[in-house]
Design a protein around this ligand. Sequence first.
Ligand code: NAD
Length: 326
Amino acid sequence: MKKALVCGAGGFIGGHLVKRLKGEGFWVRGVDVKSHEYSNLPADEFILGDLTDPVVVASVLDQPFDEVYQLAADMGGAGYIFTGDNDANVMHNSATINLNVAAQATKVGVKKIFYSSSACMYPAYNQEDPDNPKCSEESAYPAAPDSEYGWEKLFSERLFFAYHRNYGLNVRVARFHNIFGPLGTWRGGKEKAPAAMCRKISEIEPGGGIEVWGDGKQTRSFLYVDECLEAVRRLMDSDFIGPVNIGSEEMVTINQLAEMVFEIAGKPANIKNIPGPTGVRGRNSDNALIKEKLGWAPSIPLKVGLEKTFQWINKQVEANKEVAAV
Ligand code: NAD
């Protein structure tokens, strides 16, 4: 039986990954500084531990795992990443985790390790036109990410590639573009745009409105979590080390995203655009390389993924109202 370690298993993508790996017959150890909030994970072992501590990393990464997935990071949506208030923590915590994990994975001789970078590492100067953002893998340099979160991702993907070159660490690196779906953070300040919109639109009465940061014309694409995991598993099973985009090419404006959620909720769209942290003007995945190397591209339309996400968040909102009423 193959053995896998999932770092960040208590998080959104890590939690889904544990389930997927168990479904594929892996023995799985998960580690995170917190338990999963919304799911009882089927991990064979789940260890609560802080991966910024090298002693903890040595104790969880104590054997030559067949596969390690390094997803742990100090991160959140625009309200967390783009205000500047969390920059030092984001850089220090995530870089320390990656420094610890890369060194220890090399020391114990893990067979393969996946690192989740982010589209936030792409240069801001290529993402000023909302209709024509450029995010092909080779366009990363000269580097100019628009956030410290993006700079840390760039540093850490380079770190994993340096371990690959100097110590033969068998790495795979992907740049995720806005992954969304059920069982993710949906309130509290770290939630991302799709989850925040689902929550707000679930909470309002028909006719009520929501506030959306920026002029609403900034563009993004969003990838449903099941597709993200399919791409990650294919990358791990391939010989291609990356970096490669894992994202959707179905680009929408943020207001269009909100309108879709209003439609799913069966409520009339009512959007007020207000000043707020927005990041770059436009961003879309470029899937030419993943198609070439893995012969794969996502196929689930945004609307379908949003329907599933809305249903799950709507249930959380309803359950919360019931608790408040008791
Ligand atoms: P998430 O915040 O839900 O998961 C990250 C997990 O890391 C959390 O459970 C958190 O508790 C854990 N963690 C943080 N600090 C830790 C520490 N010191 N020790 C142990 N665990 C710690 O985020 P996610 O959406 O599941 O993202 C997973 C990875 O994918 C992250 O590296 C993120 O940067 C990357 N990524 C995500 C997206 C996205 O849209 N979700 C986009 C680009 C990149």
